[in-house]
Design a protein around this ligand. Structure first.
Ligand code: ARG
Length: 471
């Protein structure tokens, strides 16, 4: 058979599947069905998968040693050219797989046409995306770790810094800033373990499933699985080429990461406002207004908050794409790539932004302290004090409620009331109450695992450092 492409418009013999066609694909349909504009980013995984497949064919006696060497060298040469920007992608060749395979044949001749023996684009693409997602999970996990370490650094530095803790966004009890930052750390820590869990489940090799039913060649699926760093071959060929649940899982992990980042963002945005004024973000993470000269807007956290919607949108898109698909492969699955790639890019960018920005957050400790003082944050401490002196908690609650109402009327914090003022509400209140009413006393009293006491924060930082070091 000639290697020369047929005249365009005659049939599709210039493609890798045109044999049975008698007219060319409609120009619009060609563009509509092509994925090369976006799946070309999987070229490295595609080449890696093809090399493993070629080596397996050689071991199985399907390719000679020379043929295998020609294919491997040809593929590596193509990779070099792609990376140097010397490769022309063709929409007529539909996708990354056929672009690379055609180019291989152009370069090494007939032998190139043997690469696809015992394989289909269905198991090829299923392999490529798994490899791609696995590589990206590793990058995202590294970014997460970088951000987590930054949080530990500031948490340690700010273990004694007092701020108001909130429920319902109303001042609740005093906490330390370090403790607050460790709450963020914990969310990311679960995100990290979810990512690893997803990686573990996806790390099975679909290669060898071929189009859907397997292949009649004496392939060795363990060999390719091992070459590609997979833990084992997948167990069922139909499932291997059709399900994209691993992409959905990554999207779900990503949506949670973004949901967490959106919560941090919301707090940073509030805290930089004139009304809170708890932190300063360096100018390099902010932008100005074209009309209001005084403005310094927290654009980075705002954008991250906004992008969380985009990632969760992709999760829903992937779920809906998979829903109701009959076995096995369907072209629908080509639609997995754009949401998947975009959510990966978004995650990487947002984690990078946070990893760079978090170490630069400057707490305004005095403002935090004053805010904690303003909101009757030690009211619970006064109630606990009364309980320790023998009152029932509900009675203590009532007495403190009255004391707070009196403080509001007098425009004084509980710690600013005199002993005789406090004793109007209960005569069991003694001089020792003032140690309890101070913000320092309040945080120090919460001295158990998970509590806000400064030494607990320092201990938690040490534990978390060991966790991270063991990764
Ligand atoms: N570009 C296709 C995809 O992304 C590759 C697999 C095509 N398989 C097929 N039978 N048309 O899913």
């Amino acid at each position: 058979m000639s290697n020369k492409p047929a005249a365009p418009g005659q049939n599709n013999s210039h493609t890798l599947w045109g044999g049975r066609f008698s007219e060319a694909t409609d120009a619009f349909v060609q563009r509509f069905t092509a994925s090369v504009s976006f799946d070309q980013r999987m070229y490295r995984q595609d080449i890696r998968g093809s090399i493993a497949h070629a080596r397996m064919l050689q071991q199985a006696g399907i390719l000679t040693d020379d043929e295998c060497t020609a294919i491997v060298d040809g593929l590596l040469g193509i990779q070099t050219d792609i990376e140097a920007g010397n490769f022309t992608w063709s929409v007529a060749l539909e996708d990354v797989h056929m672009n690379i395979e055609s180019e291989l044949t152009k370069r090494i001749g007939l032998t190139g046409k043997k690469l696809h023996t015992g394989r289909s684009r269905n198991d090829q693409v299923a392999t490529d995306i798994r490899l791609y997602v696995r590589d990206e999970i590793d990058v995202i996990a590294t970014e997460l770790t970088r951000l987590q370490s930054a949080l530990l650094d500031i948490a340690e530095r700010e273990a004694d810094t007092i701020m108001p803790g909130f429920t319902h966004l109303q001042t609740a009890q005093p906490i330390t800033f370090g403790h607050h930052l460790l709450a963020w750390f914990e969310m990311l820590d679960r995100d990290y373990s979810r990512l690893l869990d997803c990686r573990k489940r996806l790390n099975k090799s679909p290669l060898g499933a071929a189009a859907l039913a397997g292949t009649s060649y004496p392939i060795n699926r363990h060999f390719t699985a091992e070459q590609l760093g997979f833990d084992a071959p997948t167990r069922n060929s139909l499932d291997s080429v059709s399900d994209r649940d691993f992409a959905i899982e990554l999207a779900a992990c990503g949506s949670l990461i973004m949901t967490h980042l959106s919560r941090f963002s919301e707090e940073l945005i509030l805290w930089t406002s004139a009304q809170f004024d708890f932190i300063d973000l360096p100018d390099r993470f902010c932008t100005g207004s074209s009309i209001m000269p005084q403005k310094k807007n927290p654009d980075v956290p705002e954008l991250v908050r906004g992008k969380s919607g985009r990632v969760t949108g992709h999760l829903i898109a992937l779920l809906m794409l998979m829903k109701s698909q009959p076995l096995a492969y369907n072209k629908d699955n080509q639609e997995d790539k754009e949401p998947l790639f975009d959510l990966i890019d978004t995650l990487r960018d947002c984690l990078k932004a946070y990893g760079d920005m978090v170490p630069a957050i400057k707490p305004k400790k005095e403002n935090m302290y004053l805010a904690a003082k303003k909101g009757y944050a030690t009211a619970t401490d006064l109630a606990d004090y009364l309980v320790k002196k023998g009152l029932a908690f509900r009675d203590a609650h009532e007495i403190v409620g009255k004391s707070v109402a009196y403080g509001i009327q007098q425009k004084k914090d509980l710690s600013e009331l005199s002993l005789s003022e406090l004793q109007q509400f209960s005569d069991i209140i003694g001089d020792d109450v003032f140690a309890v009413l101070s913000l320092e006393g309040s945080v120090q009293a919460r001295d158990h695992i998970g509590g806000t006491a400064p030494n607990q924060v320092r201990a938690a930082v040490a534990t978390c450092r060991t966790l991270i070091a063991a990764r």
